[in-house]
Design a protein around this ligand. Structure first.
Ligand SMILES: Cc1cc2nc3c(=O)[nH]c(=O)nc-3n(C[C@H](O)[C@H](O)[C@H](O)COP(=O)(O)OP(=O)(O)OC[C@H]3O[C@@H](n4cnc5c(N)ncnc54)[C@H](O)[C@@H]3O)c2cc1C
Length: 365
């Protein structure tokens, strides 16, 4: 049986970025159940980097990741515009104040400036908060970059490798995969996205209540065609967002439907809801739904990610709960987790807020 220092369950953005950050400082194995890493949430994102997205608790990870993503050539300027109606002026002002206080460049705009950025804007939308720093992320490029880096270090990625059993052994863990393969490791890392609680149960560790929520996106052909320079447009009440993509629109109803961990698929009703909401914002004609997809965004009960050793099981490390921000935070999150795993001092982001110890155990509720 081959032995490793660290086995990471999950080869999505979380597992790949962490394995790359550990590099050759430990002998690492990445286990991925699918034929290819990136099939689940990582392959379904809306591909933006926005410092306000995910809330103030996530912002330090997003902000610290920005310059790294920039250096890697993974960002393209987009701008984000959070809009409100006449009844939502205070909400937009509060949004701008909350993030300006964190040092983010957020500019309040009146109706004319918002309408200049969003052609065809309906009259009820009167205010907005512009974040010029928001960028599109090359998600696939970033994931492939991490996979190339980890392979260059000699890290093994086993695909079609579903972890089914994890038993405590004297020197760590004895792992058994669905096809009978076995491996041993000292530390088991849970980077299993929507399956984070499932993997905890496999290892006999108490789950933390990490809940997968479905999110839907539709690619639409609209008339007139959306300008390439359109910002990411978000509703201050979180009922939609849309952005241009190669002459089309990517539109989401901002849905958060509880789901079992699965290969998520879009529901017609969510696509219809998204379009109905878009029609309240702009006067564009929706000519065709070209493509639709859904993915799972997985959240801990307090909606902050969970990075660190389990409280009761010292050989089990959580790298989960990346919600809707697992791409934009990947570089800083991977650095933070690699430092914890390797016993190195803290880096750019303070790890304490993300420590699993903060969460009330489901069994204690
Ligand atoms: C519609 C949508 C839009 C989004 N938009 C953005 C965005 O604009 N910006 C942003 O930053 N984030 C966004 N996100 C969130 C982002 O996609 C996720 O946070 C991120 O992909 C999570 O990565 P992950 O590696 O944890 O999960 P995943 O990519 O799901 O990877 C987990 C992997 O673990 C594997 N696995 C599970 N159990 C086992 C097992 N027992 N054995 C072996 N392997 C196992 C799975 O097969 C899977 O490949 C979006 C998500 C969705 C769904």
């Amino acid at each position: 049986m081959e032995r490793f220092d660290i086995a990471i369950v999950g080869g999505g953005m979380a597992g790949a970025s962490l394995a790359a950050a550990i590099g050759n400082k430990a002998r690492v194995l990445v286990l991925e159940r699918e034929e290819q890493p990136g099939y689940h949430s990582t392959g379904r994102s809306a591909a933006f980097w926005t410092e306000s997205y995910g809330g103030p608790g996530v912002q330090p990870l997003t902000t610290a990741s920005g310059p790294i993503l920039q250096r890697l050539g993974m960002l393209r300027p987009r701008g984000a515009l959070t809009i409100g109606t006449g009844a939502q002026v205070e909400a937009v002002e509060a949004f701008a104040a909350r993030y300006a206080a964190l040092g983010i460049d957020v500019r309040l705009l009146g109706r004319d400036a918002v309408a200049a950025l969003v052609p065809g804007l309906r009259p009820s939308w009167t205010c907005g908060a512009l974040e010029p720093s928001c960028s599109d992320i090359d998600v696939s490029g970033l994931h492939q970059h991490y996979l190339a880096v980890l392979r260059a270090y000699g890290t093994q990625v086993w695909c079609r490798a579903a972890l089914e059993h994890a038993e405590r052994a004297p020197e760590g863990w004895s792992l058994t995969l669905g096809d009978g393969r076995k491996a041993g490791c000292s530390v088991l890392v849970n980077a299993a996205g929507a399956w984070a609680d499932t993997v905890a149960r496999i290892a006999g560790v108490l789950p933390l209540g990490i809940a997968p929520l479905r999110r839907t996106v539709a690619q639409l052909r609209v008339a007139p065609a959306a300008p390439a320079g359109l910002p990411l447009v978000l509703d201050v009440a979180e009922r939609f967002y849309f952005k241009p993509e190669a002459g089309r629109i990517w539109l989401s109803p901002h849905d958060e439907t509880p789901s079992a961990p699965c290969d998520a698929a879009p529901e017609e009703v969510d696509v219809a809801t998204a379009i109905a909401r878009l029609e309240t914002v702009v006067d564009w004609r929706v000519e065709r739904i070209e493509h639709r997809w859904a993915g799972l965004r997985s959240f801990a009960p307090d909606r902050l990610p969970v990075y660190g050793f389990d409280v009761a099981e010292a050989g089990f490390f959580w790298f989960a709960g990346q919600g809707g921000f697992g791409i934009q935070t990947a570089p800083a999150a991977a650095d933070l987790a690699a430092r914890l795993l390797l016993g190195e001092g803290p880096g750019a982001v303070e790890p304490k807020p993300y420590d699993p110890a903060r969460l009330v155990r489901m069994s204690e509720v």
